[in-house]
Ligand binder design. Structure first.
Ligand SMILES: NC(=O)c1ccc[n+]([C@@H]2O[C@H](COP(=O)([O-])OP(=O)(O)OC[C@H]3O[C@@H](n4cnc5c(N)ncnc54)[C@H](O)[C@@H]3O)[C@@H](O)[C@H]2O)c1
Length: 410
């Protein structure tokens, strides 16, 4: 996270959006094509993503292609600045005034009143709210695009149980998304946000990463690169073995908790860290979430049994009855989004370009698509990769007819 400027002005929001745009060549190219081809002209598109300068560029890309864009911004360190800049350009923005990173149902309802025909969601909270309370929105939705793992999981579950009423593109499941955004983006930004928010160092510390999926892998890699002794706790034996081969100690959280100095939750599953784990932690251990949100930590328990004291911006220390202390960063919400600047610009260039292409795909092909969760076509992923590779000055190998034939041989 960069140091916030002394004076936050509307123009600072615009400057940050313009700065992000400089690192988003893929989104710029996709935006130009969308504006030329016109598939989004006149469509109402709702964007419900963490509101950062990068997200604002997606909103501009879709608005520039002729769509009527409405934004529901979940909190980020600079959400208010970005919202001001977007509003100044005529885009309707709804943000949670508390800025605590949680889901604000009233603001979400307001946003759904815009009756989006295509919805970009992050965590499926808006899609689920529309199913529960807004049948007219569901009826008018051509489709939705879901950004993250913890949104795709419940949507697949809804589809299996026949509860999902709309077609959804699982943008998260694109290799171009999870192999980059979740690993490099979230790994870097969560580790860096923790260091910025605490001014501590990781070298020599025991850092426990709970969950060794794409995000956990990225967090472990970035923490280890800074000299931390990383221990991984995993439910899935295959991922646990992978963590072992990647060079980390693998242990059950209950066993390693007494040594843990920092614990990153990266599971996306509610209750991954239990009250029992908390009581096993050493005095002064730091708890934070790189994954789905505060639901991964036993926040209710801490608030009930602990006495909180804000020791720094975004850092609350809970004094426990045992006289031990546990520190929680960003109230347990994803610290990179709520109190940092989110994933790096380059990686969001990839993810948000995929979102723009997913929206195009929905507009062009989903009018008669049945309800369900589908993948983004691989050609669209390749489009994103090719533009970014060209920007990086890298060339991809050419598939010759001979090679293609060899690959088909049996
Ligand atoms: N903060 C961000 O910017 C950001 C970005 C991308 C994804 N995410 C979120 O991060 C979370 C993880 O995403 P991912 O792509 O790594 O998912 P993933 O499914 O690849 O990994 C999650 C891992 O956690 C493990 N796990 C689940 N419960 C566990 C438990 N109790 N103890 C130990 N391990 C457990 C699973 O076995 C799995 O390997 C999701 O909620 C996703 O939405 C956050």
């Amino acid at each position: 996270m960069t140091t916030p400027p002394r004076e936050f002005t509307t123009s600072e929001g615009a400057r940050r959006i313009a700065w992000a745009a400089r690192g988003m060549p893929v989104l710029t190219a996709v935006a130009e094509r969308l504006a030329q081809d016109g598939p989004l002209r006149g469509l109402r598109i709702g964007i419900a993503l963490v509101l950062e300068p990068k997200t604002a560029n997606l909103a501009y890309a879709l608005a520039g292609a002729g769509a009527e864009v409405t934004v529901y911004g979940t909190a980020s360190a600079h959400a208010a600045l970005v919202a001001d800049a977007l509003r100044a350009s005529g885009i309707d923005v709804h943000i949670d005034p508390s800025g605590d990173g949680g889901f604000d149902v009233e603001v979400a309802r307001e946003f759904l009143h815009s009756r989006p025909q295509i919805l970009i969601d992050d965590g499926a909270a808006l899609i689920r709210l529309a199913h529960a309370e807004f049948p007219e929105v569901i009826a008018g939705l051509i489709g939705a695009a879901e950004e993250t793992t913890s949104g795709v999981r419940p949507l697949r579950q809804m589809a299996q149980e026949g509860a999902l009423k709309i077609p959804v593109v699982a943008v998260n499941d694109a290799r171009m998304k999870y192999l980059f955004d979740n690993v490099y983006g979230t790994g870097q930004s969560c580790v860096m946000a923790l260091l910025d928010l605490t001014n501590l160092q990781l070298a020599g510390r025991t850092v426990v990463v709970v969950g060794y999926g794409w995000v956990g892998m990225g967090v472990a890699r970035h923490a280890a690169a800074l000299g931390a002794r990383v221990v991984v706790s995993e439910l899935d034996p295959i991922k646990a073995l992978r963590a072992h081969y990647d060079g980390y100690r693998v242990a059950a959280l209950a066993d390693v908790a007494p040594e843990a100095e920092v614990v990153f939750a990266a599971t996306g599953i509610a209750g991954a860290i239990t009250p029992d784990h908390v009581h096993l932690l050493r005095d002064g251990a730091i708890l934070c979430t790189a994954g789905g949100g505060a639901f991964e930590l036993p926040m209710d328990h801490l608030r009930t049994v602990g006495t909180p004291r804000t020791v720094r911006n975004a850092v609350v220390e809970y004094a426990l009855p045992s006289e031990k202390h546990v520190l929680v960063v960003s109230d347990g919400e994803c610290l990179n989004c709520v109190d940092g600047e989110g994933n790096p610009i380059e990686v969001m260039d990839l993810s948000l370009s995929l979102q723009a292409l997913a929206v195009q795909h929905i507009a062009l092909h989903f009018r008669d698509e049945p309800a369900g969760v589908t993948s983004i076509p691989v050609e669209l992923e390749e489009t994103v990769a090719r533009i970014r590779l060209a920007r990086e000055g890298a060339t991809v190998e050419t598939l010759t007819p001979e090679l293609a034939a060899a690959m088909r041989a049996w």
